[in-house]
Design a protein around this ligand. Sequence first.
Ligand code: MRU
Length: 355
Amino acid sequence: MTDTPSPLRFDDAQLHILDQTRLPFSEHELRIDTAAQAAHAIATMQVRGAPLIGAIGAFGLALALREAAEDAWLDFALRMLAETRPTAVNLAWALRRVEVAVRPLAPHDRADAAWREAMAICDEDRAANRHIGELTLDLMQAITPKSGRLNLMTHCNAGWLATTGWGTALSGIYLARQAGIDLHVWVSETRPRNQGLLTAWELARAGVPHTVIADNAAGQLMREGRVDAVIIGADRIAANGDTANKIGSYLKALAARDNGIPFWVAAPWSTVDLSCRDGRAIPIEEREGREVRELRGAAGGARLLEETSAVENPAFDVTPAALVTALVTELGVIECSRVVSLEAFAPAINPQKLM
Ligand code: MRU
């Protein structure tokens, strides 16, 4: 099967990213040379999506250690990178993983070891996502479409742009397309940051039939029998299966349940946070009101709302485990209604070795 593109490119030991704030209108690469640039790229969403944020955090730490490698600098860089975005646990997970690999080493060995660990995180992420796609494809093939073709709905962007390759929710869609399955994807625009437009851009490039909808149209399409399954990614999954994902995911889950439509969450195990007992412990990022007050498009920005009205802009919501039909990780498909704690599924060893 053909591999998907990646939002990262390397020449020698230099990191280049695709600037997602310029998509879908222009494809512009940025070189990331320092930890501060990596932190800026995460905070401003030049890179976004839980697994990708984790990978860039790991490279950011490696770049910090090229600047200086003493403990005090390591601690400073860890804090700076960790504070960029709070909800996607993949960032803390990746930073911790690199820290564990380098802290016992002498300072002059740390930068190279950190870079190797960041590269390993990327390789494992791609492999995990690919396997998630295969498992999702099995779920899709078990469904009898209500019309001639399989109609899936997704939210936000959980494609290759949001990971180091393949994506999570979109991985199975790419495999289904390559297998010649007749499918169509409803893509919700995902206000206020419009990550759905990134999904549309990805699907268009891959020749996957899709239709963009306003977020508010999702429930009506489900009622009309035009959706066979909903599939989304995740930013943090609590031990009881409660799932934080892009704001608006919860409403889709509610509508899916009311209409008897399967609601699947696809995510690598690095998104599971067993230290959160349930969704109430997941920190929800609150972003600037400007994202709601302004529309951004090809021609720049346009103001929609004056300062006379207050704005609230939570970037994520939590879907209770009871509304999730299945959690698809590289370790297998977990039926959430049967789960008391995901702890029972936690790999005793590196999950990649289980594949
Ligand atoms: O704010 P973003 O664009 O980083 O949010 C991304 C999402 O919510 C994705 O659905 C999630 O990270 C899964 S990405 C494979």
